[in-house]
Design a protein around this ligand. Structure first.
Ligand SMILES: [Fe+2]
Ligand SMILES: [Fe+2]
Length: 474
């Protein structure tokens, strides 16, 4: 289970036993580093950052903490331990031994799944690359960089699969992953949410809460895969993902905490006056939440999808916690409720469960997302402030699937174009909201100091004090 750090590419897959593969990946490595230099965090190359690095894939104590210059981070290939006798647990091949090589008939689909997942990893690094210049504290700066290096490692995880199992096509895809750019007109990233900007730290925390959680659900579904190397890769990635969502949940929570403290101290609830006190008013936080939630649930894809059915039946991508579910794991005669638009109205209908797998995963995701929103509301309640954050209706602001054809208010009412236009500034962040949030973003890098709009965390990283020098400027 331990990781070989003496190889040029750290790994626990016995890379040196396959010289051709090792050479191919060593050829890709400098291209990756060039991408990191060009598209990784701005002005960060020389900083010493207190980062964790995986030392073992065992569930306990897998991380080592120490100062690292990010270009020297030991990105590598780490798979969760091999499980003897693992089976394909769902779909038409249910009961067969899990595949250690790519089944020929599923090659194109598997490649597509891996490339789509892989593309999101460098995309988020690109989206977040300017944030270091406006960090609210050293603690937050370190967390941003930790997320960034791990997204880089997730790219390595997918590139390993492409190189190891997909030959020349895989190597070409691995190069293309370094060529697409988030938000680029000509060569954008594959998925919509990964071409949006992450311009400020509230957006970053919402992104890591909502969009990294999409990552969790996709990885959970792929961790069920009958293709065992993909499953093992995703299982280890999930251990890293947990920290990203922690950064998001606590980051939003700390912004709310600070806002509530200031509202209380000045006995003020008018959003404009709250803003004048230098914190983010709660309605603006709600609008950011609405935006990031709605853009993220589009990532699950169309509510009715023949691709989703095919990926499942082929044993490539399972459901969330597939093996814990009590049914036949083939879903041939089952149905699932999806939203439909009929005569401009929102209703529900039964769809074949196989075709509704995207919707099912989206619903699992939404349930999980509600948890943190409840904890944010506890902070507001505790402060004695009368305000409640809510997840918008899942039909709100959708651009993918049948729901893209209608306008729906956050509370689920179908509205006219005119009503939408009249209210959109109350429902989604306006340019003015974003400009206000941007105006609060100034770089704070003195150990233990925090920007005025955000409360300090209750505990530091790796049991270090909150005023620890998490990043050293040289
Ligand atoms: Fe990731
Ligand atoms: Fe992540």
């Amino acid at each position: 289970m331990s990781i070989n750090y003496s190889d040029r590419i750290p790994n626990n897959v016995d890379l040196s036993a396959d010289k051709t593969l090792q050479r191919a990946l060593e050829h890709w490595q400098p291209h990756y580093l060039r991408w990191w230099q060009e598209m990784g965090p701005d002005e960060s190359q020389k900083l010493d950052v207190y980062l964790r690095t995986a030392v073992s894939v065992a569930p306990d104590g897998w991380a080592h903490f120490g100062y690292v210059k990010m270009p020297d981070y030991r990105w590598g290939i780490f798979l969760a331990p091999h499980e003897a006798d693992r089976k394909v647990n769902f779909g038409d091949h249910k009961g067969e031994p899990a595949w250690q090589e790519v089944p020929g008939e599923h090659r194109a689909n598997l490649r597509r799944i891996i490339v789509t997942q892989g593309d999101t990893e460098p995309a988020s690094v690109e989206q977040q690359r300017h944030l270091g210049l406006t960090c609210p504290s050293l603690y937050d700066l370190r967390n941003l960089f930790q997320v960034n290096v791990e997204e880089g490692r997730h790219l390595w995880a997918m590139v390993y699969l492409l190189h190891r199992f997909f030959g020349r096509d895989g190597r070409e895809e691995a190069e293309a992953l370094l060529e697409r750019r988030s938000g680029d007109q000509d060569n954008p990233r594959i998925l919509g949410a990964f071409n949006e900007k992450t311009p400020d730290w509230l957006a970053f925390f919402m992104f890591t809460y909502f969009t990294d959680r999409d990552g969790k659900y996709q990885l959970c579904a792929l961790a069920e895969s009958g293709f065992d190397p993909l499953s093992r890769t995703c299982r280890f990635m999930l251990t890293e993902e947990a920290h990203h969502m922690f950064v998001g949940e606590t980051g939003v929570g700390r912004a709310i905490q600070r806002t509530c403290e200031v509202m209380k101290a000045h006995n003020e609830s008018d959003p404009q006056k709250v803003r004048a006190l230098g914190v983010i008013d709660l309605p603006t936080i709600q609008r950011y939440l609405n935006f990031h939630f709605s853009v993220t649930i589009d990532l699950f894809g169309a509510d009715i999808s023949s691709n989703a059915a095919m990926f499942y039946s082929a044993g490539l991508k399972g459901r969330f916690e597939e093996t814990k579910l009590a049914d036949d794991h083939q879903l041939r005669n089952m149905s699932y409720q999806v939203l439909e638009v009929a005569d401009g109205r929102l209703g529900t209908k039964e769809a074949p469960a196989l075709n509704a797998l995207n919707e099912r995963l989206r619903d699992d995701y939404i349930k999980d997302s509600a948890g943190g929103v409840g904890r944010w509301n506890k902070i507001i309640q505790k402060a004695g402030i009368d305000f409640e954050l809510k997840l918008p209706h899942k039909a709100f602001n959708r651009r993918i699937g049948t729901l893209a054809s209608i306008k729906v208010a956050p509370d689920g009412r179908v509205v006219s174009e005119a009503e939408w236009a009249a209210n959109v500034r109350a429902w989604l962040p306006s340019d003015e909201d974003r400009a206000f949030v941007a105006s609060l973003m100034g770089r704070v890098v003195e150990p233990g100091k925090f920007a005025g709009w955000i409360a300090p965390p209750t505990i530091g990283i790796n049991k270090q004090p909150v005023n620890f020098e998490y990043v050293r400027f040289n």
